[in-house]
Ligand binder design. Structure first.
Ligand SMILES: [Zn+2]
Length: 263
């Protein structure tokens, strides 16, 4: 079966994948993962991501933004700097941005400010917004709700929350990105139940590589480093949970992704 996939979260730059990125890209393409969204986590990294993506038109696409971990770097001039990065043709979304109260690598007030200003940019550019939320549901919801009506498209990547949160996010019309977290027999149980009920037209799939290696893979990969070439495994796992043929699920995800990012 020749299925085509898009991995909506590859941390190709600033991670363990960077050194061998050509083999990572080739390995993914060989199993049908023919498009990837490469995540920019701060302004410098976003520029680097854009430089790489420009070499792979129609294959690699960039996000540009400041991750909540780096929100303390957000300065008065950051919004203008990000606005100019967003003009590059390979940039398909504003982000990764949001709130992470799990790690609290940046002060929460800084996180809220950086998130709000990036949402403003998404409104001004009408680009989709690419978001992250860990243990910050209420603040995240409140801030997002202010902007939602004026945003074009919005995805919460690596959704791992509970049912009530999922319902509120779906009410806001968000897309939800599902990672190999769902394959984790310890902490992925809730998510494994929730993916059965998610609307088919709101799901996108992602590895978030090199993080979150799917724990159920057998034989277990020698390296704990996750790769975009494992995306078809995650797709099969979710399709099985939903009781759908892989082909139906994978094609729906691909359609959702191409429509969402306009790629
Ligand atoms: Zn994230």
């Amino acid at each position: 079966m020749n299925l085509t996939y898009t991995d909506i979260a590859v941390n190709l730059i600033g991670s363990d994948l960077e050194q061998n990125y050509q083999s990572i890209i080739d390995g993914a393409a060989a199993v049908g993962v023919s498009q990837m969204i490469i995540i920019g986590s701060d302004l410098t990294e976003s520029q680097h991501v854009i430089d790489i993506c420009q070499q792979y038109p129609n294959q690699l696409y960039a996000t540009a933004g400041v991750h909540p971990h780096h929100a303390s770097q957000w300065q008065p001039q950051s919004k203008q700097q990000l606005a100019s990065l967003l003009q590059h043709a390979s940039v398909v979304a504003v982000g990764e941005c949001g709130l992470d109260y799990n790690r609290d690598f940046s002060p929460r007030a800084d996180q809220r400010k950086a998130f709000s200003e990036q949402l403003q940019l998404a409104v001004e550019t009408q680009l989709p917004v690419y978001m992250h939320e860990r243990d910050a549901h209420q603040d995240f919801y409140d801030i997002l709700k202010e902007f939602r009506a004026d945003l074009s498209n919005a995805v919460l990547h690596c959704f791992t929350g509970e049912q009530a949160h999922m319902e509120r996010y779906l009410e806001l019309g968000l897309h939800l990105g599902i990672t190999g977290w769902v394959c984790d027999e310890r902490r992925g149980q809730t998510l494994a139940e929730l993916v059965k009920t998610m609307p088919a037209d709101k799901i996108m799939i992602e590895t978030d590589s090199p993080y979150l290696l799917p724990r159920s893979m057998r034989p277990k990969p020698k390296s704990s480093k996750n790769k975009p070439s494992y995306l078809p495994y995650i797709a099969q796992y979710i399709a099985d949970l939903r009781g759908e043929p892989l082909e139906v699920f994978a094609n729906q995800c691909q359609l959702n992704t191409q429509t969402f990012f306009n790629i």
